[in-house]
Design a protein around this ligand. Structure first.
Ligand SMILES: C[S@@+](CC[C@H](N)C(=O)[O-])C[C@H]1O[C@@H](n2cnc3c(N)ncnc32)[C@H](O)[C@@H]1O
Length: 249
């Protein structure tokens, strides 16, 4: 049986690092339906009403099995020739880190940028558990969390002439009425994050630091992130990856 949840006060999170917090998250109280964090025996949860969400990489085990990993569309989209050894990536919109985990399983050394303090706390917790689990430790060892706004992070790195092989972007898609009603977990994430309005800044910062390519995840029928036309795209049934070249240096 699980021990009783220990509620973490939002104020404690603010002490983790200086990241701007929205009014809606600071106002959250554990008793309300507003999203808040709860520490349980099996990890840290984001909770709102009866919806609970935790970061968890163990459920991805079959997807990242050595025999299957190269057939992942994300891995095909991010594949690079003549990259560093190991190839390096920034996941500039890390969320709960599932795409980062797939990239790390494919051999990438991944820096995960996440600016929302509650999501970053969930990601840090999932990463700790993955590092402690012998089935996932070798993959988690290639993953590093940077609790930061990735636009500032990448612009600062580019100003110091640093590069990374691949930058991956998965900004929040605009809500579809149907999925917003049916997927409660997605609703919970959306309560913390609005659809991306910084596409141009994000893509430009990514292209300034990428040595090989920038890969942008979109819903298969969604418009491109910005007016910039991708060099190519790879599409599956529901997801499309748009691929952009680095900016000329
Ligand atoms: C759709 S989710 C990403 C899901 C992720 N690909 C996964 O596999 O779990 C987008 C995330 O990007 C974060 N985000 C958006 N813009 C960002 C930025 N400029 N810097 C850092 N994080 C950002 C949001 O807080 C949100 O957690």
């Amino acid at each position: 049986m699980q021990s009783a949840p220990r509620t973490l006060r939002i104020r404690a999170l603010r002490e983790r690092k200086a990241v701007t917090k929205t009014a809606s998250t600071t106002a959250a109280s554990p008793e309300s339906n507003s999203p808040h964090l709860e520490r349980c025996a099996d990890g840290l949860y984001l909770v709102a009403g009866d919806v609970r969400l935790r970061g968890d990489f163990s459920s991805l085990a079959s997807r990242v099995a050595p025999a299957r990993i190269s057939s992942e569309l994300l891995v095909k989209a991010c594949k690079v020739k003549g990259a560093n050894t190991p190839p390096t990536a920034i996941d500039a919109t890390a969320g709960l880190g599932e795409d980062s985990f797939v990239l790390a399983a494919a051999g990438f050394s991944v820096v995960m940028c996440e600016r929302d303090p509650m999501i970053a706390a969930l990601l840090a917790d999932a990463l700790d558990r993955a590092r402690a689990d012998e089935r996932t430790a070798h993959i988690a060892a290639r993953m590093t969390l940077a609790e930061a706004d990735s636009i500032a992070y990448m612009n600062s790195a580019a100003a110091q002439d640093q590069t990374v092989d691949v930058v991956f972007l998965d900004p929040m898609f605009p809500a579809k009425r149907k999925s917003a009603l049916t997927n409660k977990k997605l609703q919970l994430i959306r309560a913390l994050e609005s659809p991306c309005t910084e596409g141009v800044e994000l893509l430009n910062a990514a292209r300034a630091i990428a040595a090989k390519k920038v890969v942008v995840k979109r819903a298969v029928k969604a418009p491109t992130l910005t007016d910039a036309k991708p060099a190519s795209s790879i599409a599956g049934k529901t997801i499309r990856y748009d691929i952009y070249p680095p900016l000329a240096r």
